[in-house]
Write a protein that binds this ligand. Structure first.
Ligand SMILES: Nc1nc2c(ncn2[C@@H]2O[C@H](COP(=O)(O)OP(=O)(O)OP(=O)(O)O)[C@@H](O)[C@H]2O)c(=O)[nH]1
Ligand SMILES: [Mg+2]
Length: 330
């Protein structure tokens, strides 16, 4: 029986030849497997791919046991006002979202395991940029260890779920389980467990994508019932660009940051580049963020803010708000 493979199969096969690491190779093989029609004609090929995956997995384990050094670091340097990592089951639309809201084009395809390595893009939100990272999908026993590093290093997780999938709840369960294997917790209620050795809690927003699909509303209702008390939950359609403004605002909020503008005495406000601070930071911390030397030299500061201050002198321990303007006097 002929295999009758779809043309995309050969496209993916080309990527396989370019893959550098065993992890990348495995991800591509999984992709080849997932789009291959499952019938008698492809039986042998299916077997071959599975065998290749398990051989590569074995190699990875053996390398680890030998204590071999990893050549490729998956540490992603932070850029912009925050680093946000998109995770989720295969085919949920993670890459589609990245392509719509950032300056990069991530490969989008109507089958699973399209993305096989992290892709970084910058998203503009009002006058700042936020870094988003697209990642390979998480399915049962498929999470790659470097992904745990990427997640732990990030400031925020977006758990992208697929409102077009009948298995949406199972897919979410699997992800939570796989993350737990990596000692990562994402429910705010479980945050206290972080104090126990080795656990990391990451603030998470659940993003239900593909709200445009028929039946999506019913699944959203189910999702709300199960998860509304555990995560901030928003629904979007990346494809039809629905609710993307709200998506950006929710990310900004969850990052818990504020923007401060500075001005030199007698000069206009520098509106170009806000100073990014943590919510709850004060005038002294703002001075520190602008220039280390400022802290010891700071005599006083003046502040301008919406409906409150108009150039008054302000104490060093004054807690700042998003949009405040400061003028430092040394
Ligand atoms: N109807 C609809 N389809 C979408 C939407 N977003 C993505 N898709 C489609 O879903 C499929 C998968 O999209 P991807 O962005 O490749 O999904 P992914 O989560 O990156 O998939 P992996 O890389 O395999 O993990 C593609 O066919 C997209 O066109 C959406 O909002 N609505
Ligand atoms: Mg993808």
């Amino acid at each position: 029986m002929p295999a009758n493979l779809p043309p995309q199969y050969y496209e993916i096969e080309k990527k396989y030849k370019l893959a550098r690491t065993n992890q990348e190779k495995i991800a591509i093989l999984k992709q080849m497997f997932s789009i291959m029609p499952k019938h008698k004609g492809t039986n042998r090929l299916q077997g071959e791919i599975k065998a290749k995956i398990s051989k590569l997995n074995k190699e990875i384990i053996e390398k680890k046991q030998k204590g071999g050094k990893r050549i490729y670091s998956h540490y992603i340097p932070k850029q912009g006002a925050g680093q946000v990592v998109l995770i989720g089951p295969p085919n949920a639309g993670k890459s589609q979202i990245i392509s719509k809201v950032t300056d990069v084009d991530a490969e989008v395809a109507p089958y699973s395991f399209t993305t096989y390595k992290p892709i970084v893009g910058m998203m503009t939100f009002e006058d700042i940029k936020i870094q988003l990272i697209d990642t390979p999908p998480i399915a049962e026993n498929s999470i790659e260890s470097y992904l745990a590093e990427v997640i732990k290093n990030s400031d925020l997780i977006l758990l992208i779920v697929n409102l077009g999938s009948d298995d949406i709840l199972e897919e979410i369960d699997t992800i939570i389980k796989e993350l737990k294997k990596m000692k990562i917790l994402i429910w705010s209620k479980e945050k206290k467990a972080e104090k126990e050795e080795g656990w990391t809690y990451k603030r998470t927003i659940m993003v239900a994508n593909k709200i445009d699909i028929k039946g999506a509303n019913d699944r959203l209702i189910a999702l709300r019932e199960f998860y509304e008390d555990k995560f901030p939950l928003i629904s979007i359609s990346a494809k039809e660009e629905k609710n993307l403004k709200n998506f950006k605002e929710k990310i900004y909020e969850a990052l818990q940051i504020i923007r401060i503008y500075t001005k030199a005495p007698g000069k206009p406000i520098d509106k170009n580049e806000p100073v990014i601070l943590k919510k709850g930071n004060n005038v002294l911390e703002a001075a520190q963020a602008v220039h280390k030397d400022f802290v010891s030299k700071l005599k006083y500061a003046r502040i301008w803010s919406k409906n409150k201050f108009d150039g008054q002198e302000v104490k060093k321990d004054y807690i700042l708000k998003d949009g405040d303007v400061l003028e430092f006097h040394t």
